[in-house]
Design a protein around this ligand. Structure first.
Ligand SMILES: [Zn+2]
Length: 211
């Protein structure tokens, strides 16, 4: 077992749960209330995720509006990562401006997948819309110069962070869902407008901020 697989497996075991999770989810009304609901605080408790969830094939559906790219592929199955699929995911998550592909943290990819797979169980089958993936230091510095939200030591520069939205979930619901996986930091970027906000997820220490 590679370290990646072992980590995923250990995480799966540590979140091993709980019978009747879908009833709990549905009776709390997430579908009935739609995208603007306020979730109850424990709605996205990681105990809602069971071992079967982590052991299913991991198919990720993503779009990159900046480049017009789209992919839907299975990058992990039966304990093995598909290296070709992984390479395509890294390509989509590249620094589009600088045309640099980076070796993205597989745990970050798992977080994106888990958020999508979790809500797919409840009928939300939208692509993860990536607004930022890898950033080379020059691209990151340009964002800071332009006054856009970017940290000087951003984990985007280490392939450990992505900014994204998921159509059908508002920023708060998506962010709290990702926090439920306890995989790292989550930034909430609330914005008004047709596209709405986005969240930042990374594989650094667990923390939360609003930007
Ligand atoms: Zn970010």
């Amino acid at each position: 077992m590679s370290s990646f697989d072992r980590r995923s497996f250990l995480r799966a075991v540590s979140t091993l749960a709980v019978i009747g999770s879908s009833e709990l989810f549905l009776t709390k009304g997430v579908l009935a209330a739609g995208a603007d609901m306020t979730p109850p605080p424990d709605l996205f408790d990681p105990s809602l995720v069971d071992l079967t969830f982590w052991l299913q094939p991991r198919t990720l559906y993503m779009v990159r509006p900046q480049s017009g790219e789209r992919l839907k592929l299975t990058y992990w199955k039966d304990g093995n990562i598909n290296h070709d699929a992984y390479a395509q995911i890294c390509e989509l998550l590249r620094d589009v401006q600088a045309s640099i592909v980076y070796r993205m943290d597989t745990q970050l990819i798992d977080t994106l997948w888990a958020a999508q797979a979790f809500v797919r169980r409840y009928g939300i089958d939208a692509p993860i819309e990536i607004t930022s993936g890898y950033r080379c230091p020059a691209t990151n510095a340009k964002l800071i110069e332009r006054g856009l939200p970017a940290a000087r030591n951003s984990l985007h520069m280490r392939g450990q962070a992505a900014d994204f939205r998921l159509n059908g979930l508002n920023t708060r619901v998506l962010g709290e869902l990702v926090q439920g996986f306890r995989a790292g930091g989550v930034g909430f970027y609330f914005r008004v407008g047709a596209k709405g906000g986005w969240i930042h997820a990374d594989t650094g220490p667990e923390r939360e901020w609003h930007g």
